[in-house]
Ligand binder design. Sequence first.
Ligand code: SF4
Ligand code: SF4
Length: 235
Amino acid sequence: MRIMEYAKSLSDVCGVANLAKDEKKLIENYGEDICKYPYAIVIGHKMIEEIIEKIPLTYNNDEYAQEYLDEYYNSHQRVSKIASKIALYIEDEGYHAIVLDVSGKSDEIDLKKPFSNKASAHIAGVGWLGKNNLLTTEEFGPRLTWATVLTDAPLEEYAGDEMESLCGDCTMCVTACPGKAIVDLPDPAESYSPEKCGNYLMKRKEENHPVACGMCLYICPYGNEKSRKLLNKNY
Ligand code: SF4
Ligand code: SF4
């Protein structure tokens, strides 16, 4: 279908979640409107590699920390623009489309709580939630920003299945996290502590540094060749 060719041409990672498959659970969590349309196109957009590679230096260099923080927000803007272009294309093809913003909301639907873009990407099977609670892909690891387009375009044949975690025995983000916010448990709801992560970021702020820390994003061997070599040596 031309819609998917177009979506793929603008994305680094792209997939389709069949929301109807998880309808009961989704409606329970988010309200009826989340299933207004049966499909969600998930769009993964790569953050700038050169900036990500400097993350280990950000702890002693505020300029690099600010650069990473800016890229974090800029990549959100870029992926939102891509999502809007795809939504317009879908409408030109005669179907409906709703873009969820980066925080998982839209004025066009009434949700009990924001629909995480990570959740739609997970349902679409383009990646898994790592121990660091980041959506992780085999090719680029967690070095992506995500957006979602809800649509009634007939995309059944493109819908994926939820992916099993490929974290396995890896504990690189657990060891590297300066806030001790990640522990070695398979379920990200238990392994990642948003409170501890937030406390670490607040501490950085109190010390007058930019509020940036992406070590768990940087270190993941999926997307980081150096980590990958270390991991292969250790296992
Ligand atoms: S952002 Fe930093 S403190 Fe928070 S979980 Fe990741 S590595 Fe740990
Ligand atoms: S660093 Fe290892 S444990 Fe952490 S998310 Fe990546 S693969 Fe999973």
